[in-house]
Design a protein. Sequence first.
Length: 98
Amino acid sequence: MVINRMHLLDLELFNYQITFIYNLLKELYRASILDKLGNRLANIPRFPELKIFKNGIQSLFRIIANKYHNLMKVMIFVLDNLDISKALNKMLLNLYEV
């Protein structure tokens, strides 16, 4: 069996980004900002080939690799204009854009 190393590296890096940002926002802005993130994730309209997280941010730590690709598609929109400092918001958006 041949393993796609880039696929695994991308998912591990993305998992680290999600975990890091979750912990950073929780430390700086408490649980209320995480509730807002969760609501934004849960309220994304459904599309046939886009699996969305009905339980919001809480379900991020129990997902499989396939769902990370769906999360990659929407995370920049979830973070856009979040109620955090403009400088931090800009850095996070740049991170996900790159």
